[in-house]
Write a protein that binds this ligand. Structure first.
Ligand SMILES: [Zn+2]
Ligand SMILES: [Zn+2]
Ligand SMILES: [Zn+2]
Length: 174
């Protein structure tokens, strides 16, 4: 049963798989189509447009669970004429602002978000040093502790992001 869903919540949110590192043999097609449907619902709910360029950039990022730099995104876009980096950065800016993509500061790269979390939520990125996959773990109690210590220092945390490098479960078991 659970609590009733708020009417403005896209129903897609409840079918998001709570998997942090999808198994190498997971149904990635489903993963991608769910994320695109979520992005469309999110943009529609906010009266924003998922323009063809924004959509293509998101699709490129969704083609793997690894972060990509802006130039790698340009290389993978199936376009006759290479778009200018500024075009890609604009699309990435839109996707980041809307919580559909996150920037991984330490890699200067971007990763598609397949979780439906609030923009102010603390996100913990688990970065696998072996396969390069990036998992997103919920902030939980750590989020509250970090926010509390930021505020104790008179600091207003905007978008708290934590990056942890290590080895993912799939690589460890190999
Ligand atoms: Zn996938
Ligand atoms: Zn996210
Ligand atoms: Zn790994």
């Amino acid at each position: 049963m659970g609590a009733p869903r708020a009417p403005d919540q896209p129903s897609i949110a409840i079918i998001m798989p709570p998997v942090i590192f999808p198994a190498p043999d997971h149904d990635h097609e489903r993963c991608t189509s769910t994320a695109i449907a979520h992005a469309e619902a999110q943009c529609a709910a906010r009266a924003q447009r998922l323009t063809p360029m924004r959509r293509q950039v998101l699709e490129v990022l969704l083609s793997s669970h690894r972060p990509l730099g802006a130039y790698e995104i340009i290389d993978r876009l199936q376009q006759k004429t290479r778009p200018a980096p500024i075009t890609i950065y604009r699309a990435l800016g839109f996707l980041c602002d809307n919580g559909l993509v996150h920037r991984i500061e330490s890699r200067n790269a971007f990763v598609a978000c397949v979780h439906n979390h609030g923009s102010g939520d603390l996100v913990i990125f688990l970065i696998c040093e072996r396969c390069g996959a990036v998992g997103e773990a919920p902030g939980g109690a750590a989020a509250e502790a970090l926010k509390a210590s930021s505020r104790a220092a008179g600091f207003s945390p905007r978008s708290p992001l934590v990056e942890i490098a290590g080895i993912c479960a799939h690589c460890r078991d190999r």
